[in-house]
Write a protein that binds this ligand. Structure first.
Ligand SMILES: Cc1cc2nc3c(=O)[nH]c(=O)nc-3n(C[C@H](O)[C@H](O)[C@H](O)COP(=O)(O)OP(=O)(O)OC[C@H]3O[C@@H](n4cnc5c(N)ncnc54)[C@H](O)[C@@H]3O)c2cc1C
Length: 434
């Protein structure tokens, strides 16, 4: 009996260093590469859960993936709707004997996995989104230290080296005989205004996709930017002040492991300094928020998170609406919120400042802020987004019990001549009704 596999791409839209896809390809006689778009519900007026920036970037990435698969004699089938129903329909039609996909341990994705498993077809999942493999950690992820500094120190002591990366498959099994037309109803055609974006994803060098991600990393290293990263990383806007890896990492056009591997090669050739180390350090934060899910799972999504003594929140919808529209009256906050809505990207520092303002100054529910970021951010990543919001709100693992940013001080420090603020003040937001 032939091995007939459905490979369901999730946030791993790449061929290089994708061990799950490599294994599926090597063990199957027939392979159907699939991507399932969710039903994209509205979250506020005309704004959808996967907002227009992320949707466009994803479209670009799927186009690149599909082109790479076609070059190898295969293809990408796209469907839309409930992932379990879609997989069942296809599995029945082709007589699938296996289903492979990347493991994602956030609550919604785990529920999807349970439903897919209930179909009764063998399911193989792979954890492959962290820089460090959980098996290499000096502790079980379920027993990891809560405090980041302790987590980092223990990992540094172990001196973990990334020795190998999974190659791209050299050939792919054939597609099933049954033909599937991509069956999706998503509008990608909305004109994106060319704003002064720090991640201009409509330009060739910033398109979604594996090819562009690899070229971006190569270019970043060629320019020797790792040597100055730490001094520039807190800037508010521009292209080169930070790595800009996040949008590609979020949907897996490139793996964190691959970036760390190339970074180490760079350090071996051109020397390591505090700045090049700091990129690894930030990628470790990304891992930290992932591994916290092994330990705390769903609790991270509760209103009070892990906090046993929460402060009372009096969520006010009109304050929240002022925040998303960039109309709070605080010019720095309004600038950030306009930049986010108009471009889909925001520097790390501005993310911290606007999140802190929503939580501490407007006293709103952090989960509403996280939901807005999910829709707007081009680099939305469930672990990093919820992790950072929870951390700032003091409902996570921050030993200082949360981070409140003083906007006047931040303005003086990071935008002393008001260039950032004045630019975005002029850009208005119009969130149209449905
Ligand atoms: C409220 C809030 C929400 C956030 N939501 C997301 C999100 O949905 N997706 C996302 O990728 N990042 C998120 N971040 C983290 C961080 O802001 C972005 O990763 C970073 O700004 C992306 O730009 P960059 O790639 O140029 O980052 P760089 O500064 O160049 O950092 C290099 C890489 O390290 C990782 N990294 C850096 N800072 C963090 C951090 N604080 N937490 C986790 N990983 C980090 C990212 O993968 C990033 O690409 C959030 C931060 C805050 C404060």
């Amino acid at each position: 009996m032939p091995n007939i596999t459905i490979y369901c791409f999730r946030n791993d839209l790449r061929l290089i260093d994708n061990p799950a896809f490599l294994k599926a390809a090597s063990e199957s006689d027939i392979l159907l590469p699939l991507f399932c778009h969710p039903n994209n519900d509205l979250i506020y007026k005309s704004v959808k859960r996967v907002g227009i920036h992320r949707q466009t970037f994803l479209r670009q990435a799927l186009n690149q993936l599909s082109a790479s698969l076609k070059l190898m004699g295969s293809d990408l089938i796209e469907v839309q709707g409930n992932i379990c129903d879609q997989i069942k329909k296809i599995a029945d039609a082709i007589g699938a004997t296996n289903i492979f996909f990347e493991k994602i341990i956030a609550p919604e994705e785990l529920e999807q996995e349970a439903l897919i498993r209930s179909l009764g077809i063998p399911v193989v999942t792979f954890w492959q989104s962290s820089m460090i493999d959980p098996s290499e950690l000096p502790f079980e992820p379920q027993n990891m230290p809560d405090i980041f500094t302790e987590f980092r120190k223990q990992i540094e002591l172990k001196n973990i080296e990334i020795k190998t990366l999974a190659q791209s498959p050299s050939k792919l099994p054939r597609l099933p005989n049954k033909k599937f037309e991509s069956d999706i109803n998503i509008n990608f055609t909305k004109e994106i205004k060319n704003q002064k974006s720090s991640f201009p994803y409509t330009e060739n060098q910033f398109l979604g996709g594996e090819k562009t991600a690899l070229a971006h990393l190569e270019n970043y290293l060629l320019k020797k930017l790792p040597h100055s990263y730490k001094e520039t990383r807190n800037k508010l806007s521009g292209i080169d002040f930070s790595t800009k890896f996040s949008p590609w990492l979020a949907i897996g056009c490139i793996s964190a492991k691959y970036i760390a591997f190339k970074l180490k090669e760079f350090e071996d050739q051109f020397g390591a300094n505090e700045s090049s180390y700091w990129i690894w350090f930030e990628l470790l934060w990304r891992d930290y928020f992932r591994f916290l899910h092994f330990k705390y799972g769903k609790s991270l999504y509760l209103k009070n998170g892990l906090n046993k003594n929460p402060t009372h929140i009096n969520h006010n919808e009109s304050k929240f609406e002022a925040w998303i529209h960039g109309r709070t009256g605080n010019q720095l906050i309004d600038a950030g919120m306009r930049e986010l809505f108009l471009t889909g990207y925001l520097s790390n520092r501005m993310r911290q400042i606007v999140a802190s303002y929503l939580i501490y100054d407007l006293e709103c529910d952090w989960r509403k802020g996280a939901q807005w970021f999910e829709s707007q951010l081009i680099d939305y990543d469930v672990y990093s987004n919820h992790g950072n919001w929870l951390y700032i709100a003091g409902n996570g693992t921050d030993p200082r019990g949360g981070r409140r940013f003083n906007t006047t001080k931040q303005n003086l420090e990071h935008d002393p001549t008001d260039i950032y603020k004045n630019y975005w003040k002029e850009q208005s937001i119009n969130i149209s009704p449905i």
